[in-house]
Design a protein around this ligand. Structure first.
Ligand code: SAM
Length: 216
């Protein structure tokens, strides 16, 4: 399988074909080899138009969703970004190209370890990783210019709003455990909050003290 050709087709049909226009996002998606973020047995499906299992009942998000969320953040290259839900590390790799520094939090240790390996193999040294409850953010590294939550939450976790710099953007899927709406939150210079709805989506649950409880 020629992964370069598969990736180019993915960009044309799934990313540009669905209306993503941010050149930097398109270039980052072209650069990052998605197949190294999935198990070898699944690498032939790495450029398909879908999320894929990555173990521990978690998923790597659909390429279009990764592109859309990245575009919504309107990154220019100077930002300090927080990602909640490292998963495979693929979204963190895209953010590492689009921003200056990335901080990413994952609650499942084996996933975080695999993601670290994949990111290191690409030489993406501007990604800091922590294992823990990302619904509480990463207080000691705040404030962030942008925050991306890649798991579905019942509501916006308060600590994340607090850790967003004035002028910063937060993108998060909000809704039930089965369906969410992608929401973009912008914090004004005066601390005011505006919310904009994007598309409907379906993510695994954001668990934790400011997310869903583990038992549900
Ligand atoms: N961004 C990932 C990628 O590029 O592969 C996809 C993330 S996957 C859809 C959601 C991830 O969020 C899972 O790996 C899950 O373990 C993680 N997660 C759920 N709740 C979390 C929490 N409170 N803190 C950190 N990670 C969490």
């Amino acid at each position: 399988m020629n992964f370069d050709i598969a990736r180019r087709r993915m960009i044309d049909s799934q990313i540009v074909g669905r209306g993503v226009t941010d050149r930097r996002v398109i270039e980052a998606m072209q650069k990052v080899p998605r197949h190294i973020f999935v198990e070898e047995a699944m690498s032939a499906q790495a450029y398909s138009d879908s999320s894929l299992p990555i173990g521990d009942r978690q998923t790597i998000s659909q390429p279009y969703i990764v592109a859309l969320m990245s575009e919504l953040l309107q990154l220019t290259g100077v930002e300090k970004v927080l990602e909640i839900g490292t998963g495979s590390g693929y979204q963190a790799a895209i953010l590492a190209i689009l921003a200056n520094r990335v901080y990413t939090v994952e609650r499942i240790r084996p996933l975080a370890m695999r993601a670290r390996k994949a990111l290191d193999s690409l030489g993406l040294l501007n990604v800091n990783m922590k294992i823990g409850d990302g619904s509480e953010g990463w207080e000691s590294e705040a404030p962030f210019d942008a925050i991306l939550v890649t798991a579905g939450a019942p509501e916006v976790p308060e600590p994340l709003i607090g850790q967003l710099r004035p002028g910063g953007k937060l993108v998060i899927p909000i809704g039930t455990q089965h369906n969410q709406i992608m929401v973009k939150i912008v914090k004004g210079a005066d601390g005011s909050i505006t919310r904009e709805k994007s598309i409907e989506c379906r993510f695994v649950k954001l668990l934790g003290s400011c997310g869903w409880s583990d038992e549900i």
